[in-house]
Design a protein around this ligand. Structure first.
Ligand code: ATR
Length: 282
């Protein structure tokens, strides 16, 4: 009897045990009737893992912290926007050629556009790490006017220089009068759920406030934004949107987004142990 061949996909990161990417992508493969499976690998060295991808013929990867930068040196091609952002979160194995992409930036934009078009809007981005780079690229690319606030001023200045945006102190925020605020830091993530990256006084009615943290979904920042009459976008939206784009890059098939969102929501609700570790990223 001939063995059925399946395409294997994986997420690499460290830590990885509680990533929701396997739940989301396996639900999508199943819904589409595809002979494919998705597993998680805890990886300390991206280069060795990528050699394994080549050797084993793994069809595609999702890449999460801390490998989004280091994986770039191991690829045959890197898409232009991923190069500009400086991070790859998706690898496609095209007959042995490993090609890198960034779906965080367009995924964030999809999530944001469900509530507001950033074109011509004043957008305050909290943070200056890898996720902030993807968000700054996405928002400036779609015509938003970006300002940054970050704990470490030097890192914010470097990011601001790369993308020609401004850096603000907390005291300068009211004069900037942000219409959209996006948290890209890990502040507020489990177990430090009570923390917030921005004091409530800066949140105003009519603003759109988006958080990329998805554990918990209703972060302290979003709770405060709701109390102040702002529109809120939780981290589930970006996670699912970036995952849907990954699925489409790997398979060439339109992603079953509603099924993917449902699978992640169910896992967030059921799996309490998820709350023991990271919940930003893939
Ligand atoms: P990622 O690639 O997910 O963005 P990162 O590169 O480690 O991760 O960046 C984390 C971001 O969260 C940074 O902006 C960091 O601020 P610093 O640049 O000052 O380190 C921010 N961050 C993390 N913990 C924080 C905290 N307790 N208070 C304020 N900012 C914090």
């Amino acid at each position: 009897m001939a063995l059925k061949t399946i395409s294997l996909y994986a997420v690499i990161g460290n830590p990885i045990a509680h990533s929701l990417s396997p739940v989301m992508h396996n639900a999508a493969f199943k819904a589409m009737g595809m002979a494919a499976g998705f597993v998680a690998f805890q990886v300390t060295d991206a280069a060795t893992a990528l050699a394994g991808v080549r050797a084993l013929g793994i069809a595609g990867l999702s890449v999460t912290l801390p490998h989004k930068q280091s994986v770039m040196d191991c690829l045959d091609e890197v898409a232009e926007d991923a190069r500009v952002i400086g991070a790859v979160n998706t690898v496609v194995n095209r007959r042995g050629r490993l090609c890198g992409y960034n779906t965080d930036a367009p995924g964030a934009l999809t999530a944001l556009r469900r509530k507001v078009d950033p074109q011509g809007r004043r957008v305050l981005i909290l943070g200056a790490g890898g996720a902030a780079r993807a968000l700054v690229h996405a928002v400036t690319g779609s015509g938003g006017r970006v300002a940054l606030v970050n704990r470490g001023r030097q890192r914010a200045r470097e990011l601001a220089r790369d993308f020609a945006v401004e850096v603000l102190s907390l005291a300068e925020i009211p004069a900037f009068a942000p219409e959209i605020i996006i948290n890209t830091t890990s502040v507020g993530m489990f177990p430090e759920k009570a923390q917030t990256p921005l004091p409530e006084e800066f949140l105003q009615p009519g603003m759109v406030v988006m958080d990329i943290v998805y554990n918990p979904l209703n972060t302290s920042l979003l709770q405060a934004a709701g109390r102040r009459g702002a529109l809120i976008i939780d981290g589930l939206e970006m996670f699912v949107a970036q995952g849907a784009l990954q699925f489409e890059l790997w398979t060439g098939v339109k992603a079953p987004v509603a099924i993917m969102r449902q699978a992640v929501l169910r896992a967030l609700g059921e799996n309490c142990s998820l709350q023991e570790t990271s919940s930003v990223g893939n």
